[in-house]
Ligand binder design. Structure first.
Ligand code: GLC
Length: 471
């Protein structure tokens, strides 16, 4: 009898034994997995048919007077050839100097009025996409995880799905981009996450009806079942997305709690997966999810809770953009400083690249990633698995710690070969090592720890002093 019961329990679908309930209280018992705490550096990839016009990933939202965030606009065809638009529509959609106005002009200049966004879908071929080379690049960059746009606001699914005909299996690449990259990224030992436009669309006319919400929920669940992502990275547009009374739409509208519980309960190991906080707001204004995601916005204090800053090498677009000159991208020097700064405050840095429509990653992006990887080879000890020190900065230095090591990362090579760090006055220092080079001279006094640097620099960009302390 007992065996029969046990067998019955084992054969139940995972959800029936689900430890997580679709309530905020239950979901909040889920903890950030250690791998995410330790990973520090991830690669974000915005890739889809918007790489064909190569202006910005919001292209479809801007090029047509009728596309938009749904709630406000909606409406039929997605081409700029709408005849004479009224002054009112032009003012609303394309205020003088606006980015939408620029996108519309770009479209008319480059493609003309008869090309619609959907004409780009078959042109998005990914014919040179080499998932193995991508994964090796991310590994060489020193990234510990990757987040790919499985679906963005243009509603093009990057995996074959029965839930929408707008998918990479049926159109364009004619392959499973999400699945192919999953294999190679994991083979390199990196974790794999998926971005999903959880609570907004630029395209789907069912939005924000219940049928859209059900479809959206179903696509996320399919991704969980099919690819077992380590992260579901949702997204919101809280500003323009309002209900008919003008209130921000609550997370319950999107069924967010049920979907998050689904992610946890249907992952092989619920403790190893996580999701960000972009799922709409709770009635009390709080958010769901495991970590916050300030976007292109740094925080200026150590945060007790895990957070992840996302930013793009391109200061304007997340998708591949032809309008940015090569010199406009973030440099490796800037990226390394950014990473050290964010990590010193308990953050991860998720840095975005936008591959071309053919699947190649522009040289300028590859170089930034490879140079960052070279820096991490020497200095990674100060970054991976580190935790914040008691203070995160002193002048040009950023601090991290691990066991009895304190890492002082000099964002610039010290101007004066002999300098003093005041932040370590209460620590008994046993040794100081310049990572990539070896022991360096130091003295301790009531004013601090005085270090003398050798003439030779061990690497480019930033330099780490590993300080072993007795306390
Ligand atoms: C910005 C962009 C959006 C992108 C997101 C990533 O909100 O508008 O397209 O996906 O950043 O966090």
């Amino acid at each position: 009898m007992r065996t029969a019961l046990l067998l019955a329990a084992l054969s139940l679908p995972i959800a029936a034994q689900a430890p997580y309930q679709p309530t905020a209280a239950s979901l909040r018992t889920h903890k950030v997995p250690q791998w995410f705490e330790d990973a520090k550096f991830g690669i974000f990839i915005h890739w889809g048919p918007y790489a064909v016009p190569a202006f910005h990933e919001w292209y479809v939202a801007w090029m047509s007077p009728h596309a938009g965030y749904g709630f406000l606009l909606g409406g039929p065809p997605f081409t700029p050839a709408q005849g004479n638009l009224s002054d009112a529509v032009m003012k609303l959609r394309y205020p003088p100097g606006s980015v939408a106005g620029r996108a519309r002009k770009y479209h008319l200049d480059n493609f003309g009025p008869n090309v619609s966004y959907d004409d780009f879908l078959p042109m998005f071929k990914a014919e040179k996409f080499d998932p193995d080379a991508w994964a090796r690049l991310f590994q060489a960059a020193g990234a510990r995880y990757v987040v790919l746009t499985a679906k963005h606001g243009d509603e093009f699914a990057m995996w074959p799905t029965k839930l929408t005909p707008r998918n990479a299996g049926a159109t364009g690449p004619k392959r499973d981009i999400v699945g192919d990259l999953a294999k190679t990224v994991r083979a390199q030992g990196l974790k794999y996450g998926l971005y999903h436009n959880t609570t907004y669309t630029f395209y789907d006319k069912r939005y924000p009806g219940r049928d859209w919400v059900e479809y959206m929920n179903a696509t996320i669940k399919e991704l969980v079942d099919k690819y077992q992502p380590s992260i579901i990275w949702g997204d919101v547009r809280e500003g323009p997305i309002r209900d008919t009374q003008g209130r921000p739409v609550p997370s319950d509208y999107w069924n967010s709690k049920e979907v998050i519980a689904y992610l946890y309960n249907h992952s092989k190991d619920p403790a190893e997966v996580l999701t960000n906080d972009r799922w709409g707001l709770e009635a009390d204004g709080s958010r769901l999810g495991d970590f916050s995601t300030p976007e292109r916005r740094n925080l200026n204090a150590i945060q007790p809770e895990k957070w992840e800053l996302c930013d793009s090498l391109d200061p304007f677009s997340w998708g591949y953009s032809r309008i940015l000159p090569e010199g406009g991208y973030m440099t490796a020097n800037q990226l390394v400083d950014y990473l050290a700064d964010v990590v010193s405050k308990n953050g991860n840095l998720l840095i975005n690249i936008g591959p071309r429509a053919d699947g190649t990653i522009p040289e300028v992006m590859r170089n930034v990633l490879l140079e960052t990887g070279a820096w991490l080879k020497v200095n990674g000890d100060a970054i991976y698995a580190s935790r914040p020190f008691t203070t995160y900065k002193e002048g040009d230095f950023r601090f991290t710690r691990k066991a009895n090591a304190v890492y002082a990362i000099a964002l610039e090579w010290p101007e004066d070969p002999t300098f003093t760090l005041k932040s370590l006055t209460s620590h008994k220092v046993q040794s100081v090592e310049l990572l990539g080079q070896g022991p360096v001279k130091f003295t301790q006094s009531p004013t601090g720890l005085t270090i003398t640097v050798p003439p030779q620099r061990p690497c480019k960009f930033a330099y780490t002093f590993k300080i072993l302390t007795a306390n």
